[in-house]
Structures are given as C-alpha cells and as structure tokens.
Design a protein around this ligand. Structure first.
Ligand code: DOR
Ligand code: ZN
Length: 347
C-alpha cells in the first residue's frame, strides 16, 4: 500500500512529560510547546512538587519560560509521599489547578526518594482521590532489589496494581510508560478506569539499543527497554485504536555529564521529535491512520478534557536531529542525535 506523504491530525497532547526547572527548563520547554497543545507535567523535581501551592508556583515558572506566542497548557500533578494527606487532595481538587497525582514507589527512579514506601498505607489518600475524581498516575515498578530489573513492571502488576484496581473501582488510573506484554494485557483486560501511556522510545527500540555492540547510556531509561517480543506487543496495542492506550513521551532530559558517567541517570529525551518518532513507529506497523486517535483523542477523552481544536501536519521529509541541545549549565543529547528522521512536523 502506498503511504501518504503528508498527514494532518488534530493537535496532540503529551500525557507524560518531564520539564525540570530553572535554566534547564527554559532551554527545552519550547520543544514540547511546538509539538503539543497540553502536557501532563511530572512532579519529580529535585525538591518534589507535593502541595497544590507548589504546583501553582511551578506552573507559573513554566508559563514564564514559554515563547511569547505559545498557547501551550501545562497540566499540573502532585507527587504523592508517605505524608500526603486526604486534606491535600481536597485542596488540589477544589483549586482546579491539579490534573492528577503521581505515585512513585520510593526509589523506583529519578528523584523518587520521597516516594511512597508502603502503598497499603496510602488508602485514605487514594479514597480521597477517588471521591474527587482525580486520576492516579503510576510508575509501575517494584523496587525490591532482589527483583530483576527486567521483571519489575510485571511484578508490580500482581503485587500492587491489581489490588489497587480492585480496591478503588471508581479511581481512574494511568499505568505510565508500559513496557511489557503483561502490562498491555492487564490494561486491555482491565476496566474502563484503567489506561496506559506508551513512549516513543519503547515503541521504536528494544534492549539491544542499550547493550548490543557497546553500552549506550542515552537509551537507558526506566522502566528499562525490554526484549523485542514486548516491543512488538506495545506497538500492536498503541496502533490498535484501543481508546485506553495513549501518547506519553516520558521525555526526561539529563545533562550529557549525568548520562555519560560511571553511574548514569535514567531518561530518554524525545521532546524535540516526539511526534515524528511516533509517526515512524505507526508507519512501521502499517497503521499511520491510527496515529491521531492515539496522539490526539484517547488521552483527552480519558482525562475528560476537550479535544484540541487546531490541526498539525507531518510531512515525509528527511531532516537531521541536532547532536546536542543547550541545557542549563550543560548540554543535552536527544534521542536519535545526529541521525535523520523520516517525518517532519510542519510549523
Ligand atoms: O527514565 C526515566 N526518567 N524514568 C522515570 O521514571 C523518570 C525519568 C526522569 O525523571 O528522569
Ligand atoms: Zn516519567
């Protein structure tokens, strides 16, 4: 079948994004604002965003860092800790400023030290979220050091997520950045309150990208890339038209120095070419016409927000990804640095 040379879709949103703060944020936020109308902003700053007040202040810093003509809308989240109270959830809800709360199991990933140590003790907070109809966003990996890093997502499903879904049938839950066939099955077979985001890098790469022929830290993220069988399952789910799978880049910038070191940080930066990467993946699956649902409709519908009004266009046109971007005091190596992309987002 002949593929089109240009596609036009409703303006997409990024339902999982790390923007950081300060000068580093200022250097990168325009890249997401060019691609997306809205984004769910992750709260794992060095000092995490744990109160509504902090989220409102962070939102003001994001808006101030945007290019003057941008209408990009940051959707703010709270970071759940052992000390989060049901009262904080009520404040979040009545402020109208908080779109969701994020659950990081303590120690699961970047800046998750203040995360939740015992999910069972979070019940009053989850009940309050269920009452307020505030979605719960979950980093779904167990942190037990005994569990193999490649099995941590799968183990989280049985040990934590399944019980949570059963205990809170009215709570909307997003299983963030799913990476395994087990996670895809769990979401597909789950209730309408359960959805998943899928990153572009997990659709395009398997674990060989990190480890075969040399160690490539810029492909290291959490949850870590899995084997090809899982990538194929993710690709099928994302391109199936199923309304509970949607776009979340998990674009997570770290400076070159923090990546290329003896103990490098987890995170793939993809905001510079997010839609182009997804288009490439959907084209590989022969399902380009399903890109719009995944990128522009399913997430908005799940979050019960209006779909975006304007359109964006992608053209089949090759362009070269820069080797680096400025990033505060440092530099940032983007996904596909120096390589050529097949699709181009037209301004
Ligand atoms: O690779 C990742 N990077 N995974 C996460 O869960 C966090 C993120 C980050 O903030 O750097
Ligand atoms: Zn993330």
């Amino acid at each position: 079948m002949r593929m089109p040379d240009e596609i036009e879709i409703d303006r997409p949103d990024d339902w999982h994004l790390h923007l950081r703060d300060g000068a580093a944020m200022t250097d990168i936020v325009h890249l997401s604002a060019r691609q997306f109308a809205r984004a769910i902003i992750m709260p794992n700053l060095t000092s995490p965003v744990v109160t509504t007040e902090q989220a409102i202040e962070y939102r003001a810093r994001i808006l101030a860092a945007l290019p003057p003509d941008s209408d990009f809308t940051p959707l703010m989240t709270l970071y759940l800790t052992d000390r989060t109270t049901p009262e904080e959830i009520s404040r979040a809800h009545s402020s109208g400023a908080i779109a969701a709360c994020k659950l990081y199991p303590a120690g699961a990933t970047t800046n998750s030290d203040s995360g939740v140590t015992d999910i069972a003790r979070l019940s009053p907070v989850l009940e309050a979220m269920q009452r307020a109809d505030l979605p719960l966003l979950v980093h779904g990996e167990v942190t037990d050091p005994e569990v193999d890093i490649f099995d941590r997502e799968q183990r989280f499903i049985e040990a934590r997520l399944q019980p949570m879904v059963a205990e809170f049938p009215g709570l909307r839950i997003v299983f963030e950045h799913v990476t395994t066939a087990e996670a895809v099955d769990f979401v597909r077979e789950g209730p309408d309150t359960l959805a998943a985001t899928v990153t572009a890098h997990h659709l395009l790469f398997n674990r060989n990208a990190i480890l075969a022929g040399g160690i490539r830290p810029h492909y290291y993220c959490l949850p870590v890339l899995k084997r090809e069988r899982h990538r194929q399952t993710l690709l099928k789910a994302a391109t199936s038209g199923h309304p509970r799978f949607f776009l979340g880049t998990d674009s997570a910038p770290h400076s070159l120095g923090d990546k290329q070191t003896a103990c490098g940080c987890a995170g793939v930066f993809s905001a510079h070419a997010a839609l182009e990467c997804y288009a490439q993946a959907f084209e590989e699956a022969g399902e380009l016409d399903r890109l719009e649902g995944f990128a522009s409709h399913h997430g908005a519908d799940f979050y019960r927000l209006p779909r975006n009004a304007r359109k964006v266009r992608l053209r089949r046109e090759s362009w070269q990804v820069p080797a680096q971007y400025p990033f505060g005091d440092g530099r940032l190596v983007p996904l596909g640095a120096g390589e050529s992309m097949r699709w181009r987002l037209i301004d």
